[in-house]
Design a protein around this ligand. Structure first.
Ligand SMILES: [Zn+2]
Length: 73
């Protein structure tokens, strides 16, 4: 895992738990490099959501996220 100073949830602004540069709390990370057919061509957008905000966001989905149990890591 890469060493980072601090990470905050983009939705609620809360700082995620860190110890010695290691993230001690799981969070949702999104990254999107927009392409030619968008209005954001060549821009990379990224954000982090804490687990609570992730749940709040996905509750509003008309179709829930695809959930697959991972048995081998
Ligand atoms: Zn949050």
């Amino acid at each position: 895992m890469q060493k980072i100073e601090k990470i905050s949830c983009n939705m609620c602004g809360r700082e995620l738990k860190m110890e010695n540069g290691i993230l001690k709390e799981d969070a949702f990370e999104a990254k999107k490099q927009w392409g030619y057919f968008s209005k954001k061509d060549a821009f990379l957008h990224s954000f982090v959501l804490c687990e609570d905000c992730y749940d709040r966001l996905t509750e509003r989905f008309q179709i829930p996220p695809v959930i697959t149990e991972v048995t081998e890591l």
